[in-house]
Design a protein around this ligand. Sequence first.
Ligand SMILES: [Zn+2]
Length: 224
Amino acid sequence: MQALTYQAEREQVIEAVRELDRRGLVSGSSGNVSMRLPVEGGAERYLITPAGVTYDKLNEAGLVIVDGELEPVGAELVPSTESLLHLGIYHGRPDVNAVVHTHSLYASVAAVTSTHVPPVVDEMVVYIGGAIEVADYGFPGTPELANAGVEALGDRRAVLLRNHGMCAAAPTVEEAMRVAILVERVSQIYVHAETVGGATELPDYAIETERQVYLMRSGLLESE
Ligand SMILES: [Zn+2]
């Protein structure tokens, strides 16, 4: 059997998918994971989970490599239906090398009520960059969804997709996973807090200080 290209990267993506499944952040074939591949000569290549394959049946060989125009490169399966969103994020954010999209429960509750999650716990600002905004509705798989997601994401690492779910974007697969898990946790905190007297936001000075930490760590400081 022929060896797979990008074996180490494929293993990272599969490990992420299994962890999402173990944690109950995805079910069936919902949600998807991708990463930017290191390619010599500047060509764009991305590794992404395929459309319509349940996670228990997915393995390294089933992942799809696409180019910057979303054309599959030597793959038999079709790339995830949300590939346009993943590519849109990569094109606008050179600091992002991994994207995780889920329909996790509490993030979806916030997305369905179209409620942005304000900065209510410190690690949100340090690791996500601030509030988690809600993108305007876009039909799944369309450029409208991709554009709305990219716009609402801004320079942060997570965004809610209205009436749909969430998306995390970070420099590595490991960090994108941590963000996806954090988004679910803070969404849960926020939704519960709102039902028991209302959430209070962090003080402004804390948000400002933590935001500087976020920008510095992300290499985004000069852009502000
Ligand atoms: Zn989705």
